[in-house]
Write a protein that binds this ligand. Structure first.
Ligand code: SAH
Length: 371
């Protein structure tokens, strides 16, 4: 085994402090055998810490209407070529019911960012209704961007218990290059802190292979996750979208697709080794750059999948990047397909179980014994 990897495994095992340099040395592994060793070690840790059970979160994309203008995102406010939609309450409830009846146990509500009262109340009501129709049994993650403490509290009290807010990159300078001036890195961090404080299981993540991003940035991203003591990670490769400003900058400067895939898998593997019992998603973006992306992700340490269950008529309008798959996939058909693919790699599906982050549970177990 590669010496740096051996060293890294030992340090994480005895919980010795890990430096960005340590992580960079793993991100830079370039021999196929050594990279496979990394994935295999991460997989062993995954099995030990969170088992080989994969949890499904049915993803419902509420709306592509967005106040934000992120330079990389296909549904940014200034993209006039997108047909904007807002899902109806009945459509959300129908999808949630489908997830519940198909034993998914959890859903994710994601949306472009809207901070108006109408939207905030819509979400609050829908959360209450989903809890009601599922007899409180459906777990709910929300991923709705930056909001006030009060809004986060309202949604928590209405029934959401996990929140996903990606930091996108922990390098503030790079963050500022990827966003207009009125988008604030500090506020994003502040929001993550608010979310944690309220008691949500807190998830964050980054895009991997962004133009201008270095391996040091990625190493710092992982240290950021550790420092923030997060419970869940959703991260995946950056994929250009034709109608975004960064696409023009990215042309010619992009890390090739294969490398972005490899870097994404390495990031998953290192996150698993470093953070042990957290939940990690194999994301849609990973699936987009490789036909076997989700299997590779699960084999490198991920344990969550987020199958899209939004009404098919909306899917092509929630295009964050080019080539987003499953635009016309029937839910039941896709579930069956996933079952086969997952079983083929020797993993189980956690039907009817929330599959909460064990990290979060462990934290509260120690917190309560300390009281
Ligand atoms: N409004 C919500 C949801 C945003 S979309 C929020 O702010 O949290 C979810 C994620 O998609 C983003 O956080 C971003 O990391 C990712 N994304 C957007 N554009 C992308 C692109 N071009 N390539 C890869 N991922 C992208």
């Amino acid at each position: 085994m590669n010496d740096n990897l051996k060293d890294f495994l030992q340090k994480t095992n005895i919980q010795e402090k890990i430096s960005a340099k340590d992580i960079e040395s793993i991100l830079s592994l370039n021999k196929t055998q050594e990279i496979n060793n990394l994935y295999n070690e991460a997989y062993l840790i995954k099995k030990k810490e969170v088992s080989n059970t994969v949890y499904f979160r049915g993803l419902i994309e509420l709306s592509n209407i967005c106040n934000k203008d992120c330079y990389y995102c296909g549904i940014r406010k200034s993209n006039k070529k997108v047909k904007r939609y807002m899902i109806s309450e009945n459509e959300v409830l129908k999808a949630a019911k489908w997830a519940f009846e198909h034993r998914y146990a959890s859903i994710v509500l994601q949306s472009g960012e809207r901070n108006d009262d109408e939207f905030i109340s819509f979400v609050e009501n829908i959360l209450k209704k989903i809890k009601k129709i599922s007899n409180n049994k459906l777990g709910i993650t929300i991923s709705l961007g930056e909001h006030s403490l009060e809004t986060y509290k309202r949604w928590f009290e209405a029934g959401a218990h996990r929140y996903l807010l990606r930091i996108e990159t922990s390098n503030q300078k790079l963050y500022n290059k990827l966003h207009p001036k009125n988008h604030s890195f500090e506020n994003r961090i502040d929001c993550l802190k608010k979310i944690k404080k309220i008691g949500y299981q807190t998830g964050t993540g980054v895009m991997i292979g962004l133009p201008g991003q270095t391996t040091l940035d990625l190493a710092n991203d992982l240290l950021f996750f550790k420092e923030m003591d997060i419970d869940m990670i959703g991260m995946g490769p950056y994929i250009p979208h034709n109608e975004t400003p960064i696409n023009n900058i990215a042309q010619g400067k992009m890390i090739p697709k294969e490398k972005r895939l490899e870097l994404s898998l390495k990031m998953i593997a290192i996150a698993r080794i470093l953070l042990k019992n957290i939940n990690i998603a194999a994301t849609t973006a990973l699936e987009t750059i490789s036909d076997t992306g989700k299997e590779l992700g699960l084999k490198a340490g991920a344990n969550v999948l987020m199958p899209n269950i939004t009404d098919i008529k909306y899917r092509s309008s929630y295009k964050l990047y080019d080539g987003k798959p499953c635009l016309a996939e029937d839910n039941s058909h896709y579930q069956h397909y996933l079952e086969n693919r997952i079983q083929a790699i020797g993993e189980k599906i956690g039907y009817d179980k929330w599959g909460d982050s064990l990290h979060y549970k462990a934290y509260f177990a120690t917190a309560s014994t300390n009281i």
